[in-house]
Every structure is written in C-alpha cells, then in structure tokens.
Design a protein around this ligand. Structure first.
Ligand SMILES: [Zn+2]
Length: 348
C-alpha cells in the first residue's frame, strides 16, 4: 500500500470521498467501552468486533477505513490506568484497519485527536501534546497509512501543532485536519472557523474542515463559509443528532422530557431521520464538499443514505428501502384486495 498520494488522487479533478466515523459512540452504545473516559479498549479486548464494524461501514459506503485510535493516546490511557498498553492498542487498531482496507480496496487512515492536555501559552503543556502526537503519528506511518486524520480540535493552536507534527514525522503522509465547531462561531482561541480552516490549508493540510460537535443543520452554515475561502478539498462530518439554532451542539441538547442535558446518555432522544441525512448530503454536494461523512451517532443506515446522495451504490444499497413492496403502505395493485380494504377500515 502506498504511503502517500492515494488520498490526493482520490480527491483530484472534483472527485469526492465518503468517510465513516463515529466508532467511539457506536462501541459505547454496544457496551464495549465506557462513556466518560471514552477509551477504545475494545481494540484489544474484542478486535474481531472492530474488524466487523469497519467492514460494515465499508459495506454501507465508507471509502476509508479509519484506524480506531481516537482517544487511544497517552493521556486518555493514563486516566484509566492503562498507559502500559498504549503502543499495543495503537498498533493493533492500525493492523485491523489495514487488513480491512486491503481486503476492500478502500483507503487506510491513521487517526490522532485533541489531547486534552494542550494549553495555549503554556510551553510545557504544548510539549506534552507534541510528544503525544509524535508517537501516534510514527506508529501510523510505520503501519503504512494513506493519510493521517487529526480531528476534533477546539483550538486552532492545537490543530496547527498536530499538523506540524504530521509534517515533521509523517514522511510525506498527507494530513486531514478538522476542527470541532463549538456553539460560538469561533474556535476556543477566538478564530472564525473559515479563517482557521484557511490557515490550516495554507500551513499544508491536504484537507481541512469541521467534524463532530454539531449536527447537520448547524454545521452546514459554517461549512458554506469554509468553502468560500478555502481553495483545496473541504471536509464536513457532523454528528447525527438534531441540533438547532437554540441548541447548536450535541453537548448543549436538552432532553425535552426531563429538561436535563442529554449528552451523552440521552442523545438517542435527538437522532435525525434518514431523510435529514439525505438533505444534508445533497446540500454538501451542492456546496461542493469533497470529503463528506458522519461522526458521533453514525450508523450503517445513515452511512448508506449519505453515500447514495453522492451517487454511490455500496453493497448495502441492494437493501435500500422500497416501500412499494410493503403490504400496507406500498403499491396496492400488488396485494390482494381484501387485505388493503381491511387495512383502510382499520385506519392504519
Ligand atoms: Zn464525533
């Protein structure tokens, strides 16, 4: 597998890439990692399930297999007292993703993210963050990734630092660098998202954009701004929760039943419908978003819908809904008369 070039090739001449994220929430939901620390322990405990999840996302349309090393960094492992398995988790996650990428002919990506130790104007904290990026970048490069995704940075400063490390130790591996949009329209260090993305692009990121934090409705206006200023490929990967002008991020959503903060355990109360994913995909396409996907809350049914809006027909499309075949709501000519008459009478 080539270590560079494939991402840029895939995005050249107006082409696009459909990318599944959201592993962390999905494995938490299934009972394989803990909400709170959110560490991908499942990689070592149940590697076969991680492999299946990769395969399932490819089946549903993902054109990238992203190694599940999100929050598999030194600080997160320290929090759960497992710093000793840091290298093993990273290498195992990379090996699993590589295997599925080779098997399915998809791109293979490494993954780093916000360190939770970065503090602006604190050189010691920055050095710690830099060291954390460096070790993960080196393991990803050693595994032969096509590119490295650096994501969910609240601050432009930390995103820039991640990019710097990828450039320094990545041996030419392209970087996709994404910021997580807060409820305000600027990064934590006060830079409007469009300007922040432009600065990352100018600093050498192959793809820039936004992921996580906001749902489709509140991420799209920001992406429209990013598209106006950036020259290269732009990424957009919202969460799959129904955020709004009043509740712009998934962290701010309130359960209408209890009046309490929904993040994270009541987020299922806010899932978007597939038709909203369809609208989102079409709008991304209209805006010319080249790197499109979904983050927290993502599931295969959403992924397939999104892939189809980008004119893909993944294997899962064989089972895309066809309600004409439904005995109650489908084409009445296909079903026996007595059946449909009874249903009308029952006011279904
Ligand atoms: Zn997310």
């Amino acid at each position: 597998m080539a270590t560079s070039g494939r991402l840029l090739e895939r995005l050249s001449n107006g082409q696009s890439l459909v990318v599944a994220e959201g592993y962390l929430f999905e494995f938490e939901r299934r009972g394989y990692l803990k909400a709170g620390a959110f560490v991908p322990e499942v990689v070592l405990e149940h590697p076969e399930i991680v492999k299946m999840m990769h395969r399932e996302f490819v089946h549903a349309g993902s054109e990238v297999v992203l190694a599940f090393t999100y929050y598999a960094h030194r600080e997160k492992l320290r929090v759960i007292g497992k710093e000793d398995v840091l290298e093993e988790v990273n290498k195992k996650a990379l090996a699993i993703a590589k295997e599925v990428a080779l098997e399915t002919g998809t791109l293979f990506a490494g993954n780093i993210c916000n360190t939770t130790v970065y503090v602006r104007n604190d050189e010691e904290a920055k050095a710690a963050a830099r060291a954390m990026f460096k070790e993960q970048v080196e393991w990803a490069v050693e595994a032969g990734v096509d590119y490295i995704l650096g994501e969910t940075f609240n601050e432009l400063g930390e995103a820039m630092l991640a990019l710097e490390v990828i450039k320094q130790y990545g041996k030419g591996t392209p970087a996709v660098v994404l910021l997580v949009p807060s409820a305000r329209d600027v990064t934590f260090d006060g830079v409007p998202y469009a300007e922040a993305c432009l600065r990352l692009e100018e600093a050498g990121a192959a793809v820039v954009g936004l992921n996580c934090g906001r749902g489709p409705e509140t991420m799209l206006p920001l992406i429209a701004e990013v598209k106006k200023v950036c020259k290269g490929p732009v990424a957009c990967l919202p969460v799959t929760y129904r955020t709004s002008e009043e509740f712009k991020t998934m962290q701010s959503l309130v359960n209408p039943k209890t009046g309490k903060r929904s993040f994270p355990i009541d987020l299922p109360a806010h899932f978007v419908g597939r038709s909203e994913i369809l609208d989102f995909g079409l709008e991304c396409k209209r805006l010319g978003v080249e790197y499109v996907g979904l983050c927290c809350g993502n599931c295969s049914h959403y992924m397939r819908t999104l892939a189809e809006t980008y004119c893909r027909q993944p294997p899962a499309s064989r089972f895309s809904p066809d309600m004409s075949q439904h005995y109650m709501y489908g084409d009445k000519n296909k079903f026996k008369k007595y059946n449909t008459e009874d249903l009308v009478a029952a006011k279904n």
